[in-house]
Design a protein around this ligand. Structure first.
Ligand code: GLV
Length: 320
């Protein structure tokens, strides 16, 4: 019977089918550490990993039986995919359930930064009756009629485009390849160069995977290309943005504001970002809903069962 190791602590709802068929090992009360997984892995056929758990060469080399890495995430930058594929280990991810909630949180950050929702909430709590509420106080920027530039037009980018269109935004995008014309027409999205996107968008949303090519895709130079009135949204991965450069840009009016669900240096933003009023900072809650957690668990289990039994599709990662 195939042996399956789950690295992350997650409620069991959703794992029932997997548990009924295979020998599944879960951590108790908190995620397994890298060292614990390294000790256990030689015996296992399948590793179910979380997006922040490093599945590197050393771990793969220590796993002679490993046939499948099923990641609990759409992103797979935590896995050395090239090395795994080279060893004929399949890698799978969970794009389906991640798409809508991540697009929703990106739209939330657009609206929040533009209309200063969190900032006004903070001020109102802090100042109480002293808060100024005149007609010209707390002015935000319109969202309707403005241009959203989406960097990375995959599933999440497209889902965001639909939501933004419902808010009356114009959509431009940049991607490795333009979409087919039919899809562009459906989304009412216009393909532009990376530079044109930065120069013309009122909002720039990062929805591209994190790879060695997208590390610091947005740095000092790119921030300077953006409009001083522009707002940057990142719900993808922190290191795509040079966070030190972003702090400078936000402090010096190079761009207007930023909404971030991810940070360059792990789970927490640079302390300077926390001091700025023109930021909305949330702790990677893009998929943090109960329904999504369960759906992602199902997606991981379906990938494992589909891989082992061939009775359902597997969402395979085909290239690094
Ligand atoms: C979340 O960050 C994911 O990659 O699914």
């Amino acid at each position: 019977m195939a042996k399956i190791l789950v690295t992350f602590d997650m409620f069991r709802e959703g794992f029932a089918e997997l548990e009924s068929r295979y020998d599944v090992t879960f951590p108790e009360g908190k995620d397994f550490t890298y060292e614990e997984v390294y000790e256990l892995i030689p015996e296992y056929d399948v590793l179910c990993s979380m997006f922040d758990f490093p599945v590197d060469k050393a771990l793969i080399d220590h796993a002679p039986n490993l046939k499948l890495i099923a990641n609990y995430a759409v992103g797979y930058n935590n896995i050395d995919v090239a090395y795994a594929l080279g060893k004929e280990i399949t890698v799978a991810n969970t794009p389906g359930p991640v798409t809508a909630p991540t697009a929703n949180i990106a739209l939330g950050l657009i609206l929040d930064t533009a209309r200063r929702i969190s900032e006004c909430d903070r001020k109102l709590r802090r100042l109480g009756k002293e808060m100024k509420v005149g007609l010209l106080e707390n002015l935000g920027v319109s969202v309707t009629g403005q241009t959203l530039g989406i960097i990375g037009m995959g599933r999440i980018g497209k889902a965001l485009a639909k939501r933004a269109a419902a808010c009356g935004m114009n959509i431009i995008y940049h991607n490795r390849r333009p979409l087919y014309i039919e899809e562009e027409t459906k989304l009412n999205a216009v393909y532009v160069s990376f530079e044109e996107l930065l120069q013309t968008a009122d909002f720039v949303s990062i929805n591209t995977p994190y790879t060695s090519e997208t590390y610091h895709l947005i740095g000092e130079e790119q921030l300077k290309m953006m409009k001083p009135s522009a707002i940057l949204i990142n719900t993808a991965r922190g290191p795509i943005v040079d966070e030190h450069a972003l702090v400078k840009a936000l402090k010096n009016g190079i761009i207007r504001a930023a909404g971030l669900d991810v940070f360059e240096f792990g789970d927490h933003p640079l302390p300077e970002l926390l001091k700025l009023e023109n930021t909305v900072l949330i702790p990677h809650i893009g998929t943090q809903t109960m329904d999504t957690r369960i759906e992602m668990t199902h997606a991981v289990c379906n990938n494992v069962i589909g891989f082992l039994e061939g009775d359902r599709p597997v969402t395979r990662v085909l290239r690094p």
